[in-house]
Structures are given as C-alpha cells and as structure tokens.
Design a binder for this molecule. Structure first.
Ligand code: SF4
Ligand code: SF4
Length: 159
C-alpha cells in the first residue's frame, strides 16, 4: 500500500452540515457560485459548525491571529486580505477575495509556481461542462472524502 500527503481543505459541500447548525447565519452557501462562506462579524464562536463538519475543515481562533501575519514594507497588515480576530471560526474560503477578481486561490497559484507542480491543483467551475475541472473529472479517476455521508463534497482527488 502506498500513502501520500494530501490537502484536506473545506469541501464547499453541496449540502453543508456546518451551515445547517449555525445559529446566526454566519456561515452560508453562496447561491451564485456554491462557495461556503463565513461572515466573521456574525460569528459568535459557538463552534457548532466545527462539531458538525465531518471533515475537520474548521478551526477556532483561540488567540488573535493578527500579530502572526506578515506585515508589508510599511509595517501594515495586508489590505487585500480580510484579517480575522480572536473568538471566531476559520475555514478555507477558496480565497474568495481573489476569486472575485478572476484570480486563482492562493494554494493553486503557489502549487503551479513550484517547478514540477504545474497542474497539481486545479480550480474551476463545476457547473460548466466545458470547464477544465469538468474535463479532468471526465478523463481521470477521482475520489471525494467521505461521500457516503451525503454532504456532497466538491473537492476531488486524482488517484
Ligand atoms: S467541508 Fe465541512 S466546513 Fe466545508 S462545507 Fe463541508 S461541512 Fe462545511
Ligand atoms: S462558530 Fe460561528 S460560524 Fe460556527 S456555528 Fe457558531 S456562529 Fe456559526
């Protein structure tokens, strides 16, 4: 048997259990593109969503993360990235703040920059039959995590 490390990010599920349990609608599935979003201002830190996610895709900020974020040349926090506070839940957003400007999520961009990493990660629109991700799904053998749970994960792994 062979084993390899894999990314275990949020699956932006079609039927996300995290969304169902959130009492404040701080997390929701965005209609226009299916991303499972977070509103840090609405999050009360109850952590129900952490318990409900069967993928361990969420984490809680026990400390203020801002002192640990790399500052720019002026000693300021990056203005193009919405920094979080203590007491809220974090998760992968597929870098929504980049995607909205037509850019790739940071992990996809970084993987493709590494020599030999081209194509290691692909991001795209599953609703379009002619998209690159749909093409890969047609041509390669892929799996999703814990599909039997019925959450409808949308992250696929080529095996
Ligand atoms: S992987 Fe977890 S956090 Fe992400 S949408 Fe699915 S249930 Fe929610
Ligand atoms: S921790 Fe925040 S996002 Fe999670 S269920 Fe509670 S209010 Fe909703």
């Amino acid at each position: 048997m062979k084993a390899a490390p894999v990314l275990v990010l949020c699956n932006h599920c079609t039927r996300p259990s995290c969304v169902r349990v959130c009492p404040t609608a701080a997390t929701w599935k965005r209609e226009k593109d299916g991303l499972v979003m977070m509103d840090m201002h609405r999050c009360i830190g109850c952590r129900y969503c952490i318990a409900a996610c069967p993928y361990g895709a969420r984490s809680f900020n026990w400390r203020d993360p801002r002192p640990y974020i790399k500052k720019d040349e002026n000693g300021e926090l990056p203005s193009n990235y919405p920094t979080r506070s203590k007491g809220v839940v974090e998760k992968c957003s597929f870098c929504e703040e980049r995607v909205r400007f037509g850019r790739m999520p940071a992990c996809v961009e970084a993987a493709n920059r590494v020599p030999g990493g081209e194509g290691a990660l692909t991001f795209g629109d599953l609703s379009k039959p002619d998209s690159e991700v749909r093409k890969i799904l047609r041509e390669k053998r892929t799996i999703c995590r814990r599909i039997s749970l019925g959450t409808g994960p949308n992250v696929y792994y080529i095996v």
